[in-house]
Design a protein around this ligand. Structure first.
Ligand code: COA
Length: 336
């Protein structure tokens, strides 16, 4: 059976670690509030001269080494990001140029926190149908440059952060379905009626005659807005629901999954998800404490982190589940 499998992983966070204490000085917040309400202690912020594709490049290079492939084997790039280098063209083309892969097509996936899982599903379909053999999938964000760094934005700005995670998804011939490494299932969902519960309104074409005017910045429309409680209540319901769906599609039970990676939005959200699925803490890998919410990067960055710690190992059955802006939610089951 022709299938897709994760052949390599890479991750990268910019060197500057920002502790909650540093935010106390600018956001009318406290280390205690942030830790109690979100679990976050530090996050990383990119330097002014660094763009999203720079972080993606670092993670991609590590994934290429981990997979032991030649750069030229890559025949497609999928970049999951809500914060590309520029509005047009998509960030994937800057990454493609930096990697030096002219002619290789790229896709832009803009499903925010669910972006990596959406991208994994896309890669899986291209490989299973025999159209591509080796896809570079990157989840990457620079959120720090989109945040309202005044007390007005404190509920949002303490949460989001920068980082990148990459995976090399390769074609494989599965001989033993119970043992071989391959993607068993992916499930994708969205509900656009909640689009304005977590969004950046401006610039945009639905705002009147001009796409961008200075007042949009004054009014804070260029920053991320979030109906925090609404997001919270949907996240704790949808992430476990879709994880169960992905297990059912993979013909496996939750108890068979060795390790879970949930989107890292808030430690309390992850705890609720674990509780509703009846999971002990050691069966999931949380990274929000040190990386914050890196949107599309959180799941691949988490997998890379678990790999470095020796927690993620070849042969394990893995469950991943995400929820984010859109609203979108998605999950996958694969043997690593
Ligand atoms: N520092 C200190 N106080 C803060 C604060 C901050 N950074 N942000 C908000 N507050 C205050 C509020 O102003 C409010 O004060 P009030 O009671 O005097 O009005 C109080 O803390 C409680 O605010 P509330 O919004 O009810 O807090 P919460 O317990 O819901 O936690 C979030 C807020 C954002 C941490 C939480 O709702 C959350 O994580 N939501 C989901 C976010 C998310 O996952 N987003 C991404 C999805 S992919």
């Amino acid at each position: 059976m022709l299938a897709a499998h994760i052949a390599g992983l890479g991750g990268y966070v910019p060197p500057r670690a920002v502790h909650n204490k540093e935010l106390e000085k600018i956001l009318d917040t406290t280390d205690e509030w942030i830790q109690q309400r979100t679990g976050i202690v530090t996050r990383h912020w990119a330097a002014p001269d660094v763009g999203t594709s720079d972080l993606a490049l670092e993670a991609a290079q590590r994934a290429i080494v981990d997979a032991g492939i030649a750069l030229t084997e890559i025949d497609m790039i999928i970049m999951a990001s809500s914060t590309p280098d520029h509005d047009i063209p998509g960030g994937g083309c800057f990454l493609q140029a930096k990697l030096g892969l002219p002619g290789v097509p790229y896709f832009e996936v803009k499903q925010a926190c669910s972006g990596f899982v959406y991208g994994l599903s896309l890669a899986d379909q291209f490989i299973k149908t025999g159209h591509k053999k080796c896809i570079l999938l990157v989840g990457v964000e620079i959120q720090s440059k989109l945040l309202d760094m005044t007390p007005r934005g404190r509920a949002v700005s303490v949460i989001f952060a920068d980082g990148a995670g990459a995976a090399i998804i390769k074609a494989t011939e599965v001989k033993d379905k119970a043992k071989d490494s391959y993607i068993h299932s992916t499930v994708l969902h969205a509900d656009g009626s909640f689009a304005k519960e977590l969004w950046i309104p401006a610039p945009g074409t639905a705002l009147g005659a001009a796409r961008i005017i200075p007042k949009m910045e004054e009014d804070g429309l260029v920053y991320l807005h979030m109906n925090a409680r609404h997001v919270f209540s949907h996240a704790v319901t949808k992430m476990p629901e879709v994880m169960k769906e992905a297990c059912a599609l993979a013909n496996t039970g939750l108890e068979q999954i060795d390790l879970f990676f949930f989107h890292q939005a808030n430690l309390r959200i992850s705890d609720h998800v674990a509780e509703s699925l009846g999971l002990k803490p050691e069966r999931m890998h949380n990274t929000i404490q040190k990386y914050g919410n890196t949107t599309a990067a959180t799941i691949p960055l988490g997998m890379w982190d678990a790999l470095k710690e020796g927690k993620l190992k070849r042969g394990q059955l893995i469950g991943i589940s995400a929820f984010g802006a859109g609203f979108t939610w998605a999950a996958a089951v694969f043997r690593y």
